[in-house]
Design a protein. Structure first.
Length: 151
């Protein structure tokens, strides 16, 4: 009985955390500067279009690069709202995430770090897939592109 109660408690905590996260993110976005980052790519089916660039991969690389930046500390920002792709067996044509600038962090320093991380992540995905600017696939741009906006 104790194991069941512990399991239920853990499950309940996970559910409350998951439900609370969007509300926290929304509240956070209202009170601190937020940077929105979006990625666009050609997309496609994972079988017939294998080898194309993926917007989700580029976004993931960007977040990984941001965590390696030394100009800003992890407590200076929060990454949230990661979305992208359509289904399990497709190459994502779009992805996005947000970065909330928090604490006493320099807004300019975090913006620079995000710009550098996103640029490097996008370039790493394009290089990995051997795609360069101007390449086309299926009549659309083969390279991942990105947009960074302040909210």
């Amino acid at each position: 009985m104790r194991t069941t109660f512990t399991s239920l408690t853990a499950t309940a905590l996970l559910v409350v955390s998951a439900l609370g996260a969007p509300m926290l993110a929304h509240a956070q976005a209202d009170s601190v500067p937020v940077i929105s980052v979006s990625f666009q790519g050609p997309g496609g089916h994972s079988n017939s279009n294998y080898g194309r660039t993926s917007a989700v991969h580029a976004a993931s690389r960007a977040i990984a690069n941001l965590s390696q930046q030394t100009a800003v500390l992890p407590q200076d920002y929060a990454v949230y709202g990661f979305k992208g792709g359509n289904s399990v067996n497709s190459l994502a044509s779009d992805a996005e995430f947000k970065v909330a600038i928090k604490g006493s962090a320099s807004v300019a320093a975090v913006e620079e770090a995000v710009q550098a991380a996103v640029s490097a992540g996008t370039q790493a995905e394009n290089d990995f897939r051997k795609v360069k600017e101007g390449d086309k696939v299926g009549g659309v741009a083969a390279a991942i592109s990105y947009t960074i906006t302040k909210e």
